[in-house]
Design a protein around this ligand. Structure first.
Ligand SMILES: Cc1cc2nc3c(=O)[nH]c(=O)nc-3n(C[C@H](O)[C@H](O)[C@H](O)COP(=O)(O)OP(=O)(O)OC[C@H]3O[C@@H](n4cnc5c(N)ncnc54)[C@H](O)[C@@H]3O)c2cc1C
Length: 295
């Protein structure tokens, strides 16, 4: 069967990960419509290829050996706002960048998404992982998510997503490479706010983010914080701040970040991930759980 839209073969995934590292995908495509996503998924099924949906690649790493199937970045990014007095419903397609959306909505005087100022990644990735920061998270304002489950569309209310800290019912489901669900769009509940106050609040968040985030290519926090503890502190206490493998280094600024300082490979990053897990377990008897996805 011929592929439905032009595919790239042996695509180096370092081009699509904010870590700037990662092996190649056997096939890679970008879908800007639901119809294109459906056709690509059907093609992968017909060819017996594993499938991964990608957002903006700010929370995943493809192993150096590469991925033998099809990786599709979902890029549809339209949005509509339906106002009803002092509330509004914002429907946005999953490929939209969440930080840009937060800014546009804030500038229109709608509150709810200010916390996402500067948050890397797409709306789809944020819905899957319950992204959150600076006092907010997706679970706090999501009304429903539109999904593609196999060939069927479905709308799930927030309760069905079973949100928890950086997790959801979708987080493990999307890691199946058989027929992973695709987040098509999300609907958020917003409240009318004051434009100037929102702008000031977002400027303060931007300044805090700038001060706290280590510079360089990364995927943000590598591990989830264990209950009652900080993954970064555990790694720091284990004496691993600044530890390097190849061009990958455990950030001397924030030990839960691994920075690619140049030409780090996925293997370099994974070696540091293993080291952090092993040492933290040896010294603190705590098993660190990954926040990032390894493919
Ligand atoms: C510098 C930096 C700072 C960060 N700070 C924060 C922070 O403060 N808080 C926070 O929560 N996160 C943070 N992150 C992590 C990242 O921003 C979030 O996890 C983000 O939501 C990932 O979105 P993405 O589109 O890049 O997802 P990707 O990395 O592309 O994918 C992540 C997972 O979601 C799946 N996925 C993505 N889109 C879809 C879709 N449409 N349908 C189905 N599955 C999909 C993928 O298959 C994968 O399993 C940070 C990252 C960086 C680089």
């Amino acid at each position: 069967m011929n592929p439905p839209i032009p595919l790239r073969e042996h695509e180096p995934m370092h081009r699509h990960s904010s870590w700037r590292a990662g092996g190649a995908a056997r096939y890679y495509a970008e879908a800007t419509t639901v119809a294109a996503a459906l056709r690509l998924a059907a093609w992968a099924r017909a060819e017996g290829l594993p499938l991964v949906w990608l957002g903006r690649g700010t929370n995943l790493l493809v192993r150096a050996e590469g991925f033998p199937g099809l990786i599709v970045a979902y890029r549809a990014h339209g949005w509509q706002l339906v106002e009803a007095g002092d509330t509004a419903l914002l429907r946005v397609e999953a490929g939209a960048a969440i930080a840009g959306l937060a800014r546009r909505i804030g500038a229109l005087g709608w509150a709810g998404l200010a916390w996402a100022e500067g948050l890397p990644g797409s709306v789809g990735g944020a819905v899957v992982g319950n992204a959150g920061c600076y006092g907010g998270e997706v679970a706090g304002l999501l009304q429903s998510a539109e999904l593609l489950l196999g060939e069927a569309g479905a709308t799930w209310p927030t309760e069905r997503l079973a949100y928890g800290y950086r997790t959801s019912a979708l987080k493990s489901a999307v890691q199946s490479t058989d027929t992973p669900p695709l987040v098509l769009a999300a609907t958020f509940r917003l409240l009318r706010g004051d434009r100037d106050e929102l702008a000031a609040h977002m400027a303060a968040i931007a300044a805090q983010r700038k001060a706290k985030t280590p510079t360089g290519s990364s995927c943000g926090s590598v591990f989830k914080n264990p209950p009652g503890a900080s993954a970064g502190q555990l790694i720091e206490v284990a004496g691993l701040k600044g530890r390097a493998v190849g061009a990958a280094v455990i950030s001397p600024v924030h030990a839960n970040y691994i920075i690619n300082t140049g030409a780090a490979t996925a293997a370099d990053i994974l070696a540091l991930i293993d080291l952090a897990r092993t040492e933290v377990f040896r010294q603190s008897a705590i098993e660190l759980e990954l926040e990032v996805r390894i493919i």
